[in-house]
Design a binder for this molecule. Structure first.
Ligand code: COA
Length: 384
């Protein structure tokens, strides 16, 4: 870890990518599973369908896809990454961190890697931490991922929650540079007194898995919808205003707000609170539902794809979630758009590189087993 302190260093988003599972679950499908209707879900949430992982897909596999795309856009070799943060409430395992699985699969030998749990605010938390480490001169290149498979902790018999959530991943590459713009400011907040409003009750040290926790469905999301709704409607405009003030900017200067995608009515309330037309808040809720920590980076990718962001635009990402937590980031877009499409040669090289990384990882695992076997053998032969 090197320290290059420089007050002019800023973190710039230079790469972005997203991944969603192929399988689509529509409101019509849900109506065959629980007592609900397409009308109710659309009117109360704005959601029309969501993506759900299939067999063999996990938070890691989605994160890997999104991360590879982001690195490709940034033209950055994974070996140059200093830091990988995966924000998720549905990591593959409690440990090892999904970020470590990613570090291995990408081939990022010098990267520090950890997961971050801040509910749906996780991506903003991770972005803020990475941007600050880059700005401080600790690191040069970071990968920040928001990835979730909420379908794996959704109670598919509970109509008040199962209509809301979906799976997906989004990633950005952050690089330190002297150019103006990039991540200008961020604010993060929490209020643990509201922790029980949105909770996965069992599976942790408070309630380890038992037959009873399984039969009483404690391994699924529990939520007090109306209270979360009220909190979200208040905190979104508040956090956005705070971060803009910190960045020395105003609401009117923001070209596009990228809010956490939880409910269209929350976005409408946020737009009213900010005094801006709803069109200034990006929404893709209709197609993905709430993908928690993945929702903001997925929305960012789609906003870029739809040509809604231009170089030098001021954008404001704002989210809230379990904890309770909230966060916002003011970003001045500093790279040209659209991004250059990677050449075929580059794609082939990347493919080869990832195959090689896979082989290297297998070899390291094999070597570790051989090493353990050899030490055991010598120990038995020579005695302790
Ligand atoms: N289909 C049909 N009816 C449903 C339903 C569904 N999927 N879910 C709940 N209902 C019913 C309720 O049982 C209730 O019936 P009742 O009046 O007979 O008791 C009625 O609809 C109203 O329920 P209510 O909870 O008041 O609805 P709501 O307008 O508050 O909408 C949410 C519910 C969950 C959509 C809304 O509260 C919400 O979006 N909250 C925020 C959730 C969130 O963002 N969570 C993630 C945070 S990161």
């Amino acid at each position: 870890m090197s320290h290059r302190r420089n007050s002019l260093r800023r973190a710039h988003i230079t790469g972005w990518g997203m991944a969603v599972p192929e399988r689509v679950l529509t409101n019509g499908d849900l109506a065959t599973m629980v007592d609900t209707t397409d009308d109710w879900i659309r009117q109360r949430t704005g959601i029309g369908e969501r993506r759900i992982v299939g067999e063999g897909e996990t938070t890691f596999t989605l994160a890997l896809q999104a991360a590879r795309s982001a690195l490709e856009v940034a033209y950055l070799d994974p070996a140059s990454l200093d830091l990988i943060i995966v924000a998720s409430v549905t990591p593959d395992y409690a440990f090892p961190a999904t970020a470590c699985l990613l570090q291995d699969a990408l081939g990022a030998p010098k990267a520090a890697a950890f997961d971050l749990s801040a509910g749906c605010s996780g991506f903003i938390y991770a972005l803020s931490i990475a941007a600050n480490l880059l700005g401080a001169g600790t690191y040069d290149n970071a990968l920040v991922v928001g990835a979730e498979t909420l379908s794996r902790i959704t109670d598919w018999t509970d109509r008040s929650t199962c209509v809301l959530f979906g799976d997906g991943a989004g990633a950005v590459v952050l690089q330190a540079g002297q150019a103006p713009g990039g991540v200008l400011a961020s604010v993060l907040g929490s209020d643990g007194s509201g922790g029980e409003l949105l909770i996965l009750p069992a599976g942790g040290s408070a309630q380890p898995a038992t037959v009873q926790t399984v039969t009483s469905r404690q391994h699924f999301i529990r939520m007090e919808g109306q209270q979360v709704f009220r909190f979200a409607s208040r905190i979104m405009p508040e956090a956005a205003r705070q971060v803009l003030q910190r960045a020395g900017r105003t609401v009117d200067e923001v070209a596009l707000f990228i809010p956490h995608q939880a409910n269209d009515r929350i976005l409408q309330a946020a737009a009213r609170g900010l005094g801006v037309p709803e069109e200034r808040l990006f929404s893709n809720l209709a197609r993905y539902g709430n993908t928690s920590a993945a929702s903001i980076p997925i929305a960012l990718c789609e906003a870029i794809e739809q040509g809604l962001i231009k170089r030098d635009d001021l954008i404001c990402c704002v989210g809230f979630g379990a904890g309770l937590t909230w966060g916002a980031a003011a970003i001045q877009w500093s790279v040209p758009l659209p991004a250059a499409v990677p050449r075929r040669r580059m794609r082939v090289w990347r493919w080869l590189r990832y195959r090689l990384t896979q082989l290297r990882s297998r070899w390291r695992r094999l070597w570790r087993r051989l090493d353990a076997w050899l030490s055991g053998f010598l120990h038995r032969r020579n005695g302790p």
